[in-house]
Write a protein that binds this ligand. Structure first.
Ligand SMILES: NC(=O)c1ccc[n+]([C@@H]2O[C@H](COP(=O)([O-])OP(=O)(O)OC[C@H]3O[C@@H](n4cnc5c(N)ncnc54)[C@H](O)[C@@H]3O)[C@@H](O)[C@H]2O)c1
Length: 182
């Protein structure tokens, strides 16, 4: 499966490297060119034990790449994960969802075919409706759905112990297509 991670921070980078290690073709996108340049030089912008080896192995295998240019990655993707930050707003402490909404709008402009959009950022209930309204994206499913299938149950275990992405993806896409036909 071709996967794009929007945001290559703690969540996007680690998840992207793990997906690549499952065998998926992963592009990690970030607006921060310093971070992307570092990653392209094999320098990890965060500390996570073993991450450098995981990244190096999958980059060398051609399954993982880093870029600031979302356009090609998104238009070729089966699934796009939104993993951008949701920092607390200084004014009221609520999550600032502007990065999530901006990413959703960007994705909506770039997708060309049936694409699953996964909101991986931590967001309050109701954000999915808002993203759908902003982007016009028809199908959204949530991290919790994937987690329910065991994806994140034990994130520190080896990748082979986790449910492959195709399981959830194929099932959801099949259901969605069946709904569309009715
Ligand atoms: N860090 C964790 O352990 C953790 C765990 C669970 C959930 N989360 C949630 O996941 C989300 C991301 O957290 P994080 O810790 O990875 O954040 P982070 O700040 O480390 O990374 C977010 C990245 O997104 C990039 N970005 C922002 N807008 C972008 C855009 N439009 N296109 C491309 N890149 C963009 C930023 O440059 C940044 O590098 C947050 O909602 C957080 O609450 C984090």
């Amino acid at each position: 499966m071709r996967v794009t991670m929007i945001g290559s921070g703690y969540v996007g980078l680690v998840s992207g490297a793990c997906f690549a290690d499952f065998g998926h073709d992963v592009t990690c996108v970030d607006k921060d060119s310093t971070k992307i340049n570092q990653l392209n030089q094999g320098i990890m912008p965060i500390f996570e034990p073993g991450l450098d080896h995981l990244v190096a192995r999958n980059v060398a295998a051609g399954r993982l790449r880093f870029t600031v240019d979302a356009s090609r990655a998104i238009s070729n993707s089966d699934a796009v994960f939104i993993g951008v930050g949701t920092p607390a707003r200084a004014s009221d402490g609520h999550a600032d969802l502007s990065y999530v909404y901006a990413a959703a709008a960007e994705i909506a402009d770039l997708i060309e075919d049936f694409t699953v959009i996964v909101t991986k950022s931590t967001v309050p209930v109701g954000t999915g409706d808002e993203i759908e309204a902003i982007s016009g994206i028809g199908l959204l499913f949530w991290t919790s759905l994937i987690a329910a299938a065991g994806f994140e149950k034990q994130p520190r275990r080896r990748a082979s112990h986790l449910v492959p992405a195709e399981y959830t993806y194929d099932k959801l896409v099949k259901n969605r297509r069946a709904e569309d036909q009715n």
